[in-house]
Design a protein around this ligand. Structure first.
Ligand code: PLP
Length: 401
């Protein structure tokens, strides 16, 4: 069968508008399309492919596990799930792990746990969930309601209630709305989809203090920031603020779908048998790959490498900007970076992404004014240089058009 981009419009629900390019294979930070055109990957499958494409550690873990056992359901546990859980708890604040298959599902579990914990420990009045404008937590109805963009949650009927939003980095606004009725505050320790917005130190610490003051749980959505993306295993470690519940997905499987919600023994008690679950959660194939990804990323070499590579990206963007004057600032941290378009190029992030692809570079956007980059954490320096050269060509094509 001839597979073309036109087939997408024929057979797929029209909720996505994918590029005209159809990649067929990848190796490291390079990808080849149906016509054998090569692309450099600065997108990383939206911060998922933390070790690039077909990393040998992941291919080995997947193929070895594929010869053993694929799926059991949670009627029985399995070795890869327990090994990965042990590593997640040994290396973080958490004592307990709940597995899901995506970021949204991990967040759904976190929110349900928070509500149940509040009911168990403080009664039914403590149900308020506070989150932040422009925040993103996934696309299930609960997570999209907690997310801070109404465009994603409107038009689907009555929303889950007792969810409030305040401005990110506005501690006074949070303080004003918080009370002993607050069950949980959910935040990203750097807003990804919302525009690569870093929290101020004061804000991050202040949120923790307010949660303590009102006996509310602090949930960190580290679906995008976790597993080395910002240079620490999890972003909370660099912030010096420890959440009560943390969610991780995207890079956790390095490209294989897996998510997890992690928390303390005390809070975990509220997810008693029967309260919540997932057929695939903790699937042996996913956990075997997750374990290999975790082991490979959680080394000083890879984590320090993130900071070095960030510097190379920032220098490259500065050089491009000195020549073409298109960005007002570079936002983000580690290998989650956003080039913010200046006044003259407002609303044109997608044009830059398309021009990048035309020049052999996979990039992303965050909203309409930011070109976003989330490459492999182990992208070789030559590939960064070549990708930046291609990005410069893309920028030139727009500036000179
Ligand atoms: C991507 C993302 C999600 C949703 O993850 P899915 O795997 O698409 O469900 C949730 N939170 C954050 C911060 C994300 O970046």
């Amino acid at each position: 069968m001839q597979v073309t981009r036109e087939l997408f419009d024929e057979v797929m629900v029209p909720n996505y508008a994918p590029s005209s390019i159809i990649p067929v294979r990848g190796q490291g930070s390079r990808v080849w399309d149906q016509n054998d055109n090569e692309l450099i990957d600065f997108a990383g499958g939206i911060a998922v492919n933390c070790l690039g494409h077909c990393h040998p550690a992941l291919v080995n873990a997947l193929t070895e596990q594929a010869q053993k056992i694929w799926h059991l359901s949670n009627v029985m546990t399995n070795e890869p799930a327990l090994r990965l859980a042990k590593k997640l708890t040994d290396n973080t604040f958490a004592d307990k792990v709940y597995y899901a298959n995506s970021g949204a599902e991990s967040n759904e579990a976190a929110l349900k746990l928070a509500r149940r914990w509040a009911l168990d420990n403080h009664g039914s009045d403590k149900d308020q969930i506070i989150a932040f404008k422009q925040g993103f937590h996934g696309r299930t109805f609960f997570t999209v309601t907690v997310g801070g963009q109404e465009a994603y949650s409107n038009g689907f009927g009555p929303k889950p209630g007792a969810v409030e939003h305040v401005e990110y980095n506005d501690l006074e606004a949070l303080k004003a709305i918080m009370s002993d009725k607050t069950c949980a505050v959910m935040m990203e320790p750097l807003q990804g989809e919302g525009g690569l917005v870093s929290p101020t130190d004061e804000f991050a610490k202040g949120v923790r203090e307010l949660c303590d003051e009102h006996n509310a749980l602090l949930i960190f959505d580290e679906v995008q920031t976790g597993v080395g993306r910002l240079g620490a295993l999890y972003a909370y470690m660099d912030l010096g603020v420890t959440p009560d519940i943390l969610t991780t997905a995207k890079a956790l499987g390095g490209g294989f779908p897996i998510g997890a919600m992690i928390t303390t023994t005390e809070i975990a008690k509220s997810l008693k048998p029967g309260t919540h679950g997932s057929t695939y959660g903790g699937n042996p194939l996913a956990c075997a790959v997750g374990e290999a990804a975790f082991d490979t990323v959680n080394t000083e070499e890879v984590l320090n490498g993130v900071k070095e590579k960030e510097a190379q990206f920032r220098e490259g963007f500065a050089a491009i900007n000195a020549k073409y004057n298109v960005f007002s600032e570079i936002r983000g941290k580690g290998l989650l970076l956003g080039a913010v378009l200046n006044e003259q190029y407002q609303g044109r992030a997608r044009d830059f992404m398309v021009a990048s692809a035309d020049n052999g570079l996979m990039a992303l956007v965050a909203g309409t004014n930011i070109v976003r980059f989330a490459p492999s954490l182990v992208i070789p320096s030559e590939d960064i240089a070549e990708g930046l050269a291609r990005f410069e060509k893309a920028v030139a094509s727009i500036v000179n058009a």
